[in-house]
Design a protein around this ligand. Structure first.
Ligand SMILES: *[C@@H]1O[C@H](CO)[C@@H](O)[C@H](O)[C@H]1NC(C)=O
Ligand SMILES: *[C@@H]1O[C@H](CO)[C@@H](O)[C@H](O)[C@H]1NC(C)=O
Length: 170
């Protein structure tokens, strides 16, 4: 066996191992929650990004999913800023500014949601997430050829995951 092949095999097993070692809490929650929303795999991968997920209850997972959405909105806003620096086409600039506005508002709603989760007001928490769920779609539709498809899609899924978790609480 060639060393490079051995190396890929090793990597394969390492990856397999990591993907098999999701915590039982995450597995159970995602098995129950993710159906019809974002799918089991996305759910597990997203929640695993925060090491606290492994020992969280459902309310903790709700809060984590909202925090992940906020972090994602923040990184998307920075990406939009970078794109704005390079953009010269006024139409594209307008669209980027619209997205920046959408994501900034979404962040504010999600911060409120976090606050409401902490005070166990899940109805209000859900309403705030709902305000963010379509931001990815709206941003995507602002372009004829979107430079933010991956970000919009990911943010849409993260906020849907947060919705799914909140729904299981409220
Ligand atoms: C939840 O928050 C909303 C919005 O602030 C408020 O109108 C509602 O009374 C709160 N519900 C509970 C049960 O505290
Ligand atoms: C946010 O989204 C990007 C893709 O747009 C992804 O690469 C990144 O991992 C996400 N961050 C978080 C915290 O989920």
């Amino acid at each position: 066996m060639r060393p490079s092949m051995l190396c890929s095999l090793l990597i394969f097993f390492l990856v397999l191992q990591t993907s098999l070692s999701a915590s039982p809490i995450i597995e159970k929650a995602c098995g129950k929650i993710a159906k019809g929303y974002v799918g089991y795999k996305f759910c597990v991968q997203a929640l695993e990004a925060d090491p606290k997920s492994g020992s969280a209850n459902i309310r903790g997972l709700a809060s984590i999913s909202v925090k992940l959405s906020i972090a994602n909105a923040t990184s998307t806003v920075s990406k939009i800023r970078e794109l704005l620096k390079k953009a010269s086409d006024p139409t594209i600039k307008n669209s980027l500014q619209a997205c920046s506005y959408l994501y900034t508002n979404a962040k504010a709603s999600l911060k409120w949601s976090e606050h409401f989760i902490a005070s166990k007001n899940f109805t209000a928490a859900k309403a705030e997430i709902h305000a963010a769920v379509f931001v990815g779609t709206f941003c995507e539709e602002a372009f004829t050829a979107s430079p933010l498809t991956k970000e919009n899609d990911n943010f849409g899924k993260l906020t849907l995951l947060a919705t799914a978790i909140i729904n299981s609480l409220a």
